[in-house]
Design a protein around this ligand. Sequence first.
Ligand code: FE2
Length: 317
Amino acid sequence: MLTHATPPETDFTRLPDPGPDVFTAPLQRPAEVGEDWLEPAQRQYSAEEHRIWDDLYARQMQVLPGRAASAFLAGLERLDLGRGGVPDFARLSEELSGLTGWSVVPVPMLIPDHVFFWHLANRRFPAGNFIRTRETFDYIQEPDVFHDVFGHVPMLTDPTFADYMQEYGRAGWKAMRYNRLKALGALYWYTVEFGLILEGPEEADGLRAYGAGILSGPTETVFSIEAQSPNRIMLNVDRVMRTDYVIDDLQPTYFVIENFGELYHDTVDRDFDRLYRALGPGFTYANSAVIDVDDVLHRGTQEYALRGGRGSGAKPV
Ligand SMILES: [Fe+2]
């Protein structure tokens, strides 16, 4: 009879303790938040901060049609995120829980991985409480309420994607046990943040973006779909989890799915134990690499990155 050395990761009610050996980012927890990192309430935004939301929203709406996934656009509309000003999390959660059982909860900043996974496993999406300023209007590295709510929350209205996000959170336990959070992080990066989907043949302009990192800014919305520089490769979970990623520039490679059901099954049916045992602690593939097993839709020129990328004046072509 088989015996398990460690209990199966099925208890998602308690916040997991990653233990001393698992690397987690050394984030300083603010005094007002507890172990769950939740702020007591959403902050009160000034009139100018509400205007910043409205201006960011209007700017995105100029580039999203024809480039954003239909599930994303449907979610935006269902939640009426353009009704004016930063959305109220309580109202948003009420609407969202009626659709897919998710809620939106305020956090002060980036939170540790194990806490983030725990919230996802319980269908709570942690959203940054602050909003960028006019000075950081075009680019902000730390996720603010616009990135988190505008970028992520519409997709949570899609039942299959909503389930994928919860399963992703649950998968965090195992990644911690194997100390392979980096690999699981790459999967999040190339799907939830920078994922593309084929809604029809690519030749017939069927490529759309569903990743929040893409859809919360105008430059990458256009770049991810239309530019010649980046590779566009069909998603393979094992391959993606071995692939490095850049956090502060346009992506050299995007991974493409055919539908959200496939993404869900590719993740849930995955034998992560076997995969984690086979993975080294670092990434195998550079973020611009094209390898033998790839099903390549478009092999990028990498011109943007070769010319120096962000800060160099290189055009996102
Ligand atoms: Fe994000």
